[in-house]
Ligand binder design. Structure first.
Ligand code: AMP
Length: 282
């Protein structure tokens, strides 16, 4: 069977593969797969013998009034797409399977979850680390693949893996974009035509800031102000945050040096989009 729904079964399958000497790559997703997800699966297949993809819309990482109910779910389409790029199995558990009655344990990374998306979505990262920790225990992979699109998420997962001495490698993969620059996201399906066009303001602003930096502007405040001014020109856009950070510590920086991350979150109509860019300062 290609799509497995229960924990016992996926454990047995992975155990069998491991006993046969195979390495296990794991790609956790919430489904409605696009080329961004598929790039992670392809990378996992390149680097491992057996690839598990999970599709699970995790209720604990959504806040009240967010899009948990409306989040797109199409498991048949997802399993076909995953298979087409080399996944060996799809794990698609129910909420009851992942959070059985009486469940009372959470995993929480402290400091770096309080800023950026963590500040606007309280509890979000606690839900992410809890489900990812559970999935790691279930799948027991050698390597797990995450997209740089969710830069803070990668940093939080890496922190959890270090802090809890988890025995696996986290591989961070580049952002996949549409030809016009929009970062792929399952949430892009919420955008109407006009909003889709307005959504380009995120990547356009980041790319313009990159050019400014490459041309010698190393003042983080000026870069941030420029991006804010640029996004504010788009009538449908509402800024959640624009931050210029050290790419490793995620601390805000005024003077740009080393490797920096510019991370932004913007609401276009009702849809919250995130994007970021990493730049090495020469
Ligand atoms: P999601 O289904 O949105 O939870 O995403 C599952 C994984 O795919 C996460 O590690 C995301 O960072 C990654 N991902 C989502 N969109 C992209 C993208 N445009 N490029 C690269 N990775 C992505």
């Amino acid at each position: 069977m290609f799509v497995v729904e229960n924990i016992k079964e996926i454990r047995e399958i992975v155990k069998r593969e491991k006993q046969a000497g195979k390495s296990i790559g794991f790609v956790p997703t919430m489904g409605y797969l696009h080329e961004g997800h598929l790039s992670l699966i392809k990378k996992a297949k390149e680097q491992n013998d057996f690839v598990v993809v999970s599709v699970f819309v995790n209720p604990t990482q959504f806040g009240a009034g967010e899009d948990y109910e409306t989040y797109p779910r199409e498991i048949e389409r997802d399993s076909n797409l995953a298979k087409s790029v080399g996944a060996d199995i799809v794990f698609n558990p129910s909420v009851e399977e992942m959070y059985p009655e009486g469940y009372q344990t959470d995993v929480e990374v402290q400091k770096i979850t309080k800023m950026l998306c963590g500040a606007s979505r309280p509890g979000h990262f606690k839900g992410v680390t809890t489900v990812v920790c559970k999935l790691f225990h279930i799948v027991n992979p050698d390597r797990a693949y995450f997209g740089q699109k969710d830069a803070q998420q990668v940093a939080v997962i890496q922190q959890m893996v270090r802090d809890l001495h988890m025995d696996l490698k986290i591989i961070s993969c580049p952002i996949v974009r549409e030809i016009d620059g929009l970062a792929l996201s399952s949430r892009n399906t919420y955008l109407n035509e006009e909003e889709r066009k307005a959504g380009l303001i995120l990547s356009k602003s980041l790319f313009k800031a990159q050019v400014m930096i490459e041309n010698g502007e190393h003042d983080g405040v000026k870069i941030r102000d420029f991006i804010i001014g640029n996004i504010d020109k788009e009538p449908l856009a509402n800024i959640d945050y624009v931050e210029v950070l050290n790419a490793y510590s995620l601390e805000k920086v005024d003077e740009l040096k080393g490797e920096i991350l510019i991370a932004i979150a913007v609401k276009i109509g009702k849809t919250r989009l995130i994007d970021n860019i990493r730049i090495k300062i020469a």
